[in-house]
Design a protein around this ligand. Structure first.
Ligand code: PMP
Ligand code: GLN
Length: 381
């Protein structure tokens, strides 16, 4: 028998995999894992296909195809108001997950403390631990999941090395305000604390509100790895292409790791996305497109026994079922899948201690027809 000391003890298969498999097994409508059930633009498929036919099938440069980095630089300038240098401040990654992993791997040493905000996306805490870091979790609670920055300050110690923020947040759909960004800027000013800003839903802020990206806050930007996902921007989660923005000095450290855990990201996707984006800003209108889905889903459920929590951005709608059942959220989500035919994510999965506030998460990045069918079933719960 091999004696293996696990580096990630008590880590099970992640909740998205588990719930999507359960949805399949019970033939339930899958509103659990966050991915669209509709096609991406066929022009994008044509663009990637053309790149392959044109022979763009060998290794890309380590940091990304220059054509794509240039387009990313223009996109960020146009949408966030600051120009990242395409050559040494942008790296194309194999999705946002790899970018987050690499940023943590490149900077977190044994004993370093990292502050995260729970409910938190599932990859942050295990990745921090993998590199010997210590997770300091700030607990957000429903219905508003607000941050009290004075309380965050209490988590600071001499070992605080990094803070990870995610706005709009998965799973809550909460966004950080100007006041939040200013408070955070003040907290980190004069320190060496680094930031990872997970902005994969940055293009999905609703109700005509501006997006408060770290890019717009110099005090934050100068210490940040900012992470995006083309999977979320182009409805292609299965392609696993994203990117990281960071000042040159931080990006140099990022690339030291990137070159050994990925080296480079697949070439025809990069070329295809670059050409597609070059033809015009295909990302305009996404917030309205998803806002209409949020509104449809909320309206369809307005007479249900679920209590819908606020959703300011992302493609997730959280709902409390405290008026329906006192089961744990895992039990309730399981029963919802098996008996009612709709799969959702129990939000306790986003807390390290599995805190259960009787809230589940629905993904509304689905065809209207899928949302209608799911709502019909949810109305009977
Ligand atoms: N961060 C957040 C908040 C996410 O929801 C996701 C997954 N959709 C990711 C990162 C990972 O993105 P990717 O699929 O590009 O790895
Ligand atoms: N980000 C997606 C979600 O929150 C899923 C990603 C994954 O399956 N790892 O549902």
């Amino acid at each position: 028998m091999l004696n293996i000391q696990s580096k990630l003890q008590n880590t099970d298969t992640n909740v998205f995999t588990v719930m999507s498999a359960m949805a399949k097994e019970y033939n339930a409508i899958n509103l659990s894992q966050g991915f669209p059930d509709f096609f991406c633009d066929s022009n994008l498929i044509d663009s990637v296909t053309k790149a392959m036919l044109d022979g763009k099938n060998q290794y890309a440069p380590m940091a990304g195809l220059p054509a794509l980095s240039d387009i990313i630089s223009s996109y960020i300038l146009e949408n966030r108001g600051y120009k990242y240098n395409a050559r040494d401040e942008i790296t194309v990654t194999a999705g946002a997950t790899q970018a987050i992993f690499t940023a943590i791997a490149a900077t977190i040493n044994y004993g370093d403390e990292v502050i995260i905000f729970e409910p938190a996306y599932d990859c942050y805490a295990p990745t921090i631990r993998l590199f010997g870091g210590i997770v300091k979790a700030y607990q957000l609670t429903p219905p508003n999941y607000n941050i009290d920055w004075e309380m965050v300050k209490k988590l600071f110690t001499s070992k605080t090395k990094m803070i990870i923020i995610n706005s709009p947040q998965n799973p809550t759909g909460v966004t950080l305000s100007v006041e939040d960004m200013q408070a955070l800027s003040k907290l980190v000013e004069g320190t060496d604390i680094l930031l990872v800003s997970d902005e994969v839903y940055g293009h999905l802020v609703f109700d005509e509100k501006p997006y408060e990206s770290v890019v717009g806050y110099e005090e934050l930007r100068k210490r940040s790895f900012i992470i995006y996902s083309f999977g979320k921007m182009l409805h292609t989660t299965g392609w696993k292409v994203g990117f990281c923005l960071a000042p040159k000095k931080l990006m140099a450290e990022f690339r030291k790791v990137h070159q050994f855990n990925v080296f480079s990201v697949n070439t025809p996707m990069q070329q295809g996305i670059a050409n597609y984006m070059q033809e015009g800003n295909q990302l305009n209108g996404l917030a309205n497109f998803f806002q209409a889905k949020r509104d449809l889903f909320r309206n369809l459920l307005s007479g249900s026994r679920f209590e819908l929590l606020p959703c300011k951005g992302s493609y997730f709608q959280c709902a409390s079922y405290q008026n329906i059942s006192d089961e744990t959220d895992v039990e309730f989500a399981t029963r919802l899948t098996k008996e009612f035919g709709v799969a959702a994510i129990p939000v306790s999965a986003f807390y390290q201690n599995s805190d259960d506030y009787k809230v589940i998460r629905f993904c509304f990045a689905k065809k209207d027809e899928t949302l209608r069918k799911a709502a019909d079933k949810l109305m009977t719960v």
